[in-house]
Design a protein around this ligand. Sequence first.
Ligand code: COS
Length: 385
Amino acid sequence: MDYFLNEEQQMIRDTARQIAQEKIIPVRAELDEKELFPTEIIKVLAQSDMFGLFIPEQYGGLGRGALELCLAVEELSRACLGVSTSYAANALGTYPILLFGTDEQKKKFLPDIASGKKLVAFGLTEANAGSDAAGIQTTATKSGTEYILNGTKQWITNGGEADIYTVIAMTDKSRGARGASALIVEKGTPGFTFGKKEKKMGIRASTTCELVFDDCHIPKDNILGRDGMGFIVAMKTLDQSRTGVGAQGVGVAQGAFEEAANFARTRVQFDKPIIGFQAVQHMLADMAIQIEAARALVYSVARYVDSGAKDITKSSAMAKTFATDVGMRVTTDALQVMGGSGYMRDYPVEKMMRDAKILQIYEGTNQIQRNVIAQNLIKEFSRNK
Ligand code: COS
């Protein structure tokens, strides 16, 4: 399929593909096995300007958008979802600054993010606030020219590795979702430490850990948007980033499909390569259809996001849900095509299947996405009545 990518977009895709081939594939099994953060690969991505793709030129980036980011994320995910998660979570953490930061905040933080000098993480989730994001209990209490942060964030991707954290905390608990605020917190701020590092089923080349705030003083200038806007900052951030999670689904599905197809062409049973059997052919055909449909949806939604449209909530939830369900189904079927070999760690597909599972969970479970889609449909029905 031709998605009519311009020359620059093709170049971005090819650069990410080359990094994936040369730098990620040779080490992905080791990163997974030893649960290592991909520091060297992050450096290579930084040298290739990959962290600046979606950051405006005036703040040191390349000034491109969601589609370019999706192209890079897809290629990295095709090789290793753990590495692509470390990369994509950086964008997730950056969006609050990009969308709600003042010019001063952008000048201060974005150039180092665009160059890859500083990594970013997004701190929303807590032990008792996952799907129910408005239930956060971390507090930011105003005191003179500062906020004092107290509480613990859980399951934060890039936690510990990142230098900059965009954190959602309650400034007025009595106001529920309208009492949350978004703050920029820098690593090294007194009262900010890292807690438990998680041991995960998949995406083990990414770090997931707790952020612990104990009377952590944050200058008032670090607020994003206004007091009470934190929930909106979080939701708009997720609206932007969910298409990228869809791109992860496309990438991991493509990677697993290629492994399964190559295997089926060489694995001989009953005196012929198993790709000669219709049972296998139909599985491969179904995988190819699903990947193409997911890619088409993700690219169109990314283009819609880049058009500056305001109503992206439903579309990005659709792209995330569809493409990540495809990621899970295709990696599972790829393993099935490979039979016992697929189940062994000698091949990368068992890792791809373990990795793919998180895509249906993080940045809002696919059940929550369906709620979001349905709520938006209902609003549209009543508007068009
Ligand atoms: N853009 C702008 N505003 C939004 C919004 C969006 N995408 N989604 C919700 N809001 C607003 C609502 O309009 C509402 O505003 P008012 O109070 O002014 O009416 C407010 O936010 C609360 O919205 P809602 O009532 O829908 O919130 P719920 O408490 O029912 O929570 C959410 C539902 C949106 C939190 C849930 O569907 C969700 O997305 N959960 C997943 C969270 C998530 O992705 N976690 C992963 C963390 S990062 S890896």
